[in-house]
Design a protein around this ligand. Structure first.
Ligand code: SF4
Length: 99
């Protein structure tokens, strides 16, 4: 991200080895003008390592997990149960006359 605050810091800052480093990187990201697209990119590309868009590796995993759960719930809501007639009480049965 050419406009990112990280351009003013060594890349190693965003690939910390401990929690203190993660918090330092997140502070830099906090005021970054491209924070949102940066996070979206990291999530879309499933980038596992480093701090991106102000989110740690763990935070991105949680975001992805919650998105998967929400997507499954939305899918389940719209799913049609094909094993049970949804409107069986509305189905008209016409008598067939034998002639
Ligand atoms: S939000 Fe992304 S582009 Fe901005 S400083 Fe953080 S890692 Fe760099």
């Amino acid at each position: 991200m050419a406009q990112g605050n990280c351009n003013n810091h060594p890349p190693s800052v965003f690939f910390p080895s401990d929690g203190v480093g993660v918090e330092a990187a997140k502070k830099i990201c906090a005021s970054c003008p491209v924070k949102e697209p940066c996070l979206d990119h990291a999530l879309d590309m499933r980038i596992d390592h480093g701090v991106w868009g102000g989110a740690s590796e763990r935070q991105r995993r949680r975001i992805l997990k919650s998105r998967r759960i929400a997507a499954r719930a939305a899918l389940a809501e719209t799913a049609v149960d094909l094993t049970t007639p949804a409107h069986s009480d509305e189905i008209a049965i016409f008598p067939v006359s034998a002639k």
